[in-house]
Design a protein around this ligand. Sequence first.
Ligand SMILES: [Mn+2]
Length: 385
Amino acid sequence: MRIRLRKCSLIVKTFILVGLFMITYMVVELSVSSFSSLEKEDHTRNRWERDLHATEEKVEDLSRPLYIKPPPNPNAPGEWGKAAHLQLNSAEKKMQEESIEKYAINIYLSDQISLHRHIQDNRMYECKSKTYNHRKLPTTSVVIAFYNEAMSTLLRTIHSVLETSPAVLLREIILVDDFSDKVFLKSQLANYISSLERVRLVRTTKREGLVRARLIGATYAIGDVLTFLDCHCECVNGWLEPLLERIGENETAVVCPVIDTIDWNSFEFYMQTGEPMIGGFDWRLTFQWHAVPEQERQRRRSRIDPIRSPTMAGGLFAVSKKYFEYLGTYDMGMEVWGGENLELSFRVWQCGGTLEIHPCSHVGHVFPKKAPYARPNFLQKCINE
Ligand SMILES: [Mn+2]
C-alpha cells in the first residue's frame, strides 16, 4: 500500500513537474514568438518608412542646392532677416559712418552679418506648398555684374544663390567685374571664388557699364535661361523654380522675381507678402511701381499666377537665352545703368513676348541710401547721342 501510495505521489509529482515545465516552455515560447513577430512588424514598418524616406529624399535631392546653409544661429546679427543693431563705441561708430559714406550701404554692419544667414520664408502658402518637376525645368546661368561692390554684400549674394538654387538647375554663376579698382576685388576675390564650385569670374578690360558687362557675362553662359541678378541680393528659398517653370512653359516670357527690400542701414529683410506691384514709367521715362490693375486681377486664375507688367525694374530677371538673342539682347550703346530696363521692357512687348512678375519668386535687394557712384556725362550723352 505504502509503496503504491509512494508510486502514486511520484507519478503525480512527475506530472506536476512535466506540467510546470510545459507551461514554462509555452510561456517562454509565446513570449519569444511574440517578440520576434513584433520585431518583424517593426522591421516592415521601418522598411516602409525608410522607403518613404528614400522617395522623399529623391524629391529633396532634386531641389537640393549645391551648398547647404549652416544651421541658423538665432543669436547672430541679422539671422532670419531681422534688423541687426550693434552696440558700438565711438571709434566703431565712426567706421560705420565711413562705410555708409563710401558705399551708401552700412557695410560695417554687413561685415558682421553671416554670409549664409537664413531668411524667413513668409511667402504665400500656395507658393510654399507648390512642387516642381525639376527634371523638366530649363537650367540657368546666373549673371552678376558688379563695379566696386563691397566684399560682404557681393559674397552674400553669391552664397545665397548657391544655397537656395537647386543644384540640378544652376549651371553656373558668372561674375563680371566691370573694371573695379578696389584692391580686395582682385586676387582676394579671385582666391575666394576659386574654392567655390560653379562660380566663374570674368573681368572687363575697360569700364563697360552694366549693360555691356552683363552681355559679356552672358556670352559665357551655358544654361538655357539667363538669370540676371544685382550684386547685393539675397534669394529666398524657392526663388528660382517659379521663374524657370514659367520660361519652360513659354519661352517668350521674361520673368522677374518680387524684389523685396533689404534695409541699407539695418539689413532687415522686408518681405512683400501680399500682391506684388507691377512696373510702369513716367513722362521722364523714370521707372515707377503701380498696383495691379483690375483687368489683370480678373485675367489671373489664382493669386500665384504670374502678373503681367508693362516694365521691369531691371536689376533682377530671367529670360530664355534663345529669346534674349532673338530680341537682339540689350541696346549695346547704353551707358552705365538706367533706361536699359525700359528699353528692354518695350522690346519684349513689341516682339511678341510677355513681361511678368512671379509672386512665388522672392529676391531681396539692398536699395542704397543714394546712387553709390557718379555717372559722368550721363545727361550730356543722352542728349548728344
Ligand atoms: Mn542694386
